[in-house]
Design a protein around this ligand. Structure first.
Ligand SMILES: [Zn+2]
Length: 109
């Protein structure tokens, strides 16, 4: 699917990324899930497929002790909607730059 169409589809159908807690990050990822290693409040890593449609995995450190790490907040039904702070800015590959707020992707373009 073309990246622009993928973005449009996600926006129209209000596709949300949901938290999915795991003991170990999987190598095979399903779309629209943010795999979180650890527990809420004690996350080590987050991994998900790039929302642009390039289908490359993005792994973020969410260890609170490291400087360049992301913070995760949860809200919504069963606290499954994820907010990632700060934005994700891919400097290689598709070079996507986006926020995930309450499970929704907001593009910075
Ligand atoms: Zn991408």
């Amino acid at each position: 699917m073309l990246k622009a169409l993928k973005k449009l589809y996600n926006a129209i159908f209000l596709i949300k990324y949901k938290a999915h807690f795991v003991d170990d990050l999987p190598s095979e990822l399903k779309p629209h899930l943010i795999y979180i290693e650890g527990r809420a409040g004690e996350e080590d890593f987050a991994k998900f497929l790039c929302p642009c449609g390039c289908n490359l995995p993005i792994t973020l450190s969410t260890l609170s002790i490291t400087k360049d790490s992301w913070k995760i907040k949860y809200n919504g039904l069963f606290k499954k909607n994820v907010t990632l702070i700060p934005s994700v800015n891919r400097l290689s590959g598709c070079q996507s730059h986006f926020f995930i707020r309450e499970g929704r992707v907001f593009w910075c373009e």
